[in-house]
Design a protein around this ligand. Structure first.
Ligand code: NAP
Length: 282
């Protein structure tokens, strides 16, 4: 099926990935919701949101199985991101974790494989495993998640560390800390950021300012929260939605252009950081 074109973000390799994707945290936890979750991801694919973010952690592997079902017969259209847990991120552990993820995903490759967050394993070991997996063709690119500037500095100082293809971090109206440190650091190096929890897991939705802006645009607060992140065209954004209506709304958020007035109101309600702050996680 021909897909409507979405704006794209360019990876360091030059490959283009849709700016808006789909998250899967909490999918695969209940067999009762499985059909709904698969249907949501499939609808998202039909709407062009072919970037799918998952992790071995989500549903203890169940989310990867949901993804496998959703992408069956259309794997070539998709850009799949998965993640290794820190406790598995030794050199041998990363390779074994990736093999388990590939089985659950029913695919021969993960497009982007991330270290979920920094753990006790030496970074050099995880990096060596990523390089082995990349040589075998099991992963196409590798990157990190929840890495602040200090961790990024340490990573890129390693031999081969500058091949990192991205950093997935918490970013939304209420969590703007990266604007004062990590975001400019990544931009200087053309390293794409993936913004997770862009609507703060639903907790942003009753905010009065967001609601006011939404009314002006005949949109929903969730769409305004997404449009605010999406206006930064070098950032990928991965909301999770199981409700089909939410999937449609999220896709339509790409069509919203926030005005100077909207942005000024949102800045007053959700002020940018005044100086560097430690990276927040969920
Ligand atoms: N790397 C990391 O450490 C990390 C951490 C957190 C998340 N992530 C990734 O980022 C993804 C997104 O983050 P998240 O799941 O934490 O939070 P989120 O995307 O900010 O919020 C998800 C929640 O918002 C609801 N929702 C989605 N679209 C909506 C809409 N248009 N209107 C109203 N409600 C809407 C969803 O409901 P329904 O499901 O009922 O539609 C769900 O309850 C995750 O799924 C995961 O893939 C990564």
């Amino acid at each position: 099926m021909a897909q409507p074109a979405l704006p794209t973000v360019t990876l360091p390799s030059g490959e283009k990935v849709p700016q808006l994707g789909q998250g899967t945290w909490h999918m695969g936890e209940s067999s009762r919701l499985r059909n709904e979750e698969v249907a949501a991801l499939k609808l998202g694919l039909d709407l062009g949101m072919t970037l799918i973010d998952t992790a071995e952690m989500y549903g203890t592997g169940g989310a990867e199985e949901v993804v496998a079902e959703a992408v069956a017969g259309r794997r070539e259209e998709c850009f799949i991101v998965s993640k290794v847990l820190p406790e598995n991120s030794s050199q041998a552990g990363t390779i074994a974790a990736c093999e388990r993820s590939l089985k659950r995903l029913k695919t021969d490759r993960i497009d982007l494989y991330l270290l979920h967050w920094r753990g006790a394993a030496p970074l050099a070991e995880t990096l060596a495993a990523f390089q082995t997996l990349q040589k075998k063709g099991s992963i196409r690119y590798w990157g990190v998640s929840n890495f602040d500037v200090d961790n990024m500095e340490e990573l890129i100082a390693l031999n081969g560390g500058s091949a990192c293809a991205g950093n997935q971090v918490l970013y939304n109206l209420r969590r703007r800390g990266i604007e004062a440190g990590l975001l400019p650091w990544c931009r200087e190096r053309s390293l794409p950021i993936q913004a997770y929890s862009p609507i703060e897991q639903g907790r942003l939705l009753r905010d009065r300012t967001l609601t006011g802006v939404a009314i002006r645009h005949r949109a929903t607060p969730a769409q305004i929260a997404l449009a605010w992140v999406l206006r930064q065209s070098d950032m990928m954004v991965i909301p999770k939605a199981t409700a089909l209506e939410h999937v449609r709304e999220n896709r339509a958020a790409l069509d919203i252009a926030l005005t100077e007035q909207d942005l000024a109101e949102l800045d007053r309600a959700f002020p940018p950081p005044k100086g560097p702050r430690a990276l927040e996680l969920l």
